[in-house]
Design a protein around this ligand. Structure first.
Ligand SMILES: Cc1cc2nc3c(=O)[nH]c(=O)nc-3n(C[C@H](O)[C@H](O)[C@H](O)COP(=O)(O)OP(=O)(O)OC[C@H]3O[C@@H](n4cnc5c(N)ncnc54)[C@H](O)[C@@H]3O)c2cc1C
Length: 386
């Protein structure tokens, strides 16, 4: 059984209060304007939420993964756009400089990023390489004490506002993934980093996304994070956390949609009674609640396993797959319960419906996750209790 400690429960309540007071009221405008939520992002830094997973020495809170998921879930309940921007900053965008950067780089980039003073992101995807990471074409050539990077990255979260980027590039022409390395790029001090096309999207519109063009960017050798090879294994080091975090934000969004649908079904009258009392709608709500309940259990079970130090690549993939598909289904059903009002911009249900689509590609598409799960199909029931 997953039991929150008193400290985790009081943390969850504090985040929920902050979300209700400051995020929920801002969510509609953030979506409408499709702008990076600078003010709230800074608040998250100020409140210490961006540094949850990092040691106190760098301004972090040394929090466990269960606590991090409580934060991510509550934030996503208010705005998936804000949650997406915060998740990038607090995990992928800062993880590699923390794990593989020198003390000097950590002081210069990690500390201000955790305060919310610098925006950090991660750029792997390219126009011709998404799931197929081995196909990336960005190259890093060593020239004396520097590397010269050339290539195009796309679908980069926070690209239009990012100050620092961890970029994946190949250090040799050999085929496969071995020569993929990670570099820390600083937009203020390195020339040749330009913003390409901004991507206008229908989902998480406030988590701005765009292309980054690298035109002979000279990167000092100390900005190479952890050697010229093995970048994919380094990414693998945080992938389970990313997948479990994505499950947590899926749960947060699904909770918002379920809550809105339930309230509406109790209030909207058709054929002389609230629609919740028509069995077809009651069954929908029952199915939504059942899958939401299962997604929560999977998410926190996986988070607790990470906290116990277990390697859970398959379980993390199953958790992200189930929770994200659940959020897509629940937001769809919620929109059906609202019927025509599910299409109206004045209700948040259309935003939940649109935002849910973001949960599918990041951290591995549902198809890729099934490929991963399918690699190891042996199972015994004890594993569910590990
Ligand atoms: C809002 C948003 C933010 C993002 N932020 C970032 C970011 O900050 N940094 C970053 O690097 N990337 C980011 N991404 C990119 C994301 O990680 C990729 O979109 C994802 O890896 C999928 O790549 P793709 O879209 O190119 O799809 P493709 O890899 O081209 O896949 C297309 C389809 O083929 C299927 N497919 C591919 N290979 C297989 C296979 N072997 N077996 C079965 N089916 C397969 C896929 O499941 C999918 O249905 C973001 C994406 C979105 C939508």
């Amino acid at each position: 059984m997953i039991r929150l400690t008193a400290e985790q429960e009081s943390f969850r309540r504090a985040v929920a209060k902050f979300v209700d007071a400051e995020v929920v009221p801002a969510a509609e405008a953030i979506d409408e304007r499709a702008e990076f939520p600078t003010r709230l992002f800074r608040r998250l830094g100020e409140l210490g939420y961006l540094g949850l997973r990092y040691p106190e020495a760098y301004g972090g809170a040394d929090a466990d993964m269960v606590t991090y998921c409580l934060f991510a879930e509550e934030l996503a309940r208010g705005s998936l756009s804000v949650a997406a921007a915060a998740a990038m900053q607090s995990l992928m965008g800062t993880y590699f400089v923390y794990k593989y950067g020198s003390e000097e780089l950590r002081r210069r980039y990690l500390v201000p990023a955790l305060r919310g003073d610098l925006v950090a992101t991660f750029a792997l995807t390219e126009p011709n390489a998404g799931s197929d990471v081995a196909s990336i074409a960005t190259r890093a050539q060593r020239r004396g004490d520097r590397y010269v990077l050339r290539g195009t990255k796309t679908w980069v979260t926070s690209a239009p506002v990012a100050d620092v980027l961890t970029v994946a590039a190949k250090t040799s022409e050999e085929r496969g993934m071995r020569s993929i390395a990670l570099f820390l790029l600083d937009r203020a001090t390195m020339r040749g980093i330009t913003l390409g096309k901004a991507i206008d999207k229908m989902s998480v519109r406030g988590s701005v996304t765009g292309e980054i063009l690298l035109e002979d960017v000279e990167v000092p050798a100390e900005h190479l994070l952890g050697g010229e090879t093995g970048g994919v294994e380094k990414i693998g080091g945080i992938l389970s956390e990313i997948r479990v975090m994505t499950a947590a934000i899926s749960v947060g969004l699904a909770r918002a949609a379920y809550g809105a649908a339930l309230a509406y079904a109790r209030e909207r009258v058709a054929f002389g009674k609230p629609i919740a009392e028509h069995q077809a709608i009651g069954f929908k709500l029952a199915d939504m609640l059942t899958s939401l309940h299962a997604a929560i259990l999977m998410t926190y079970q996986a988070a607790a396993q990470l906290d116990a130090g277990n390697v859970i690549a398959r379980e993390a993939a199953m958790t992200k797959l189930f929770a994200s598909e659940t959020a897509v289904r629940i937001t769809d059903e919620a929109a059906r319960i609202f019927a025509s009002y599910g299409l109206a911009m004045e209700y948040p249900v259309q935003r939940y419906f649109r935002d849910a689509r973001f949960l599918l590609p990041g951290g591995g598409t549902s198809e890729i996750l099934r490929v991963i799960i399918g690699r190891d199909l042996d199972w015994d029931r004890g594993q569910a209790f590990a």
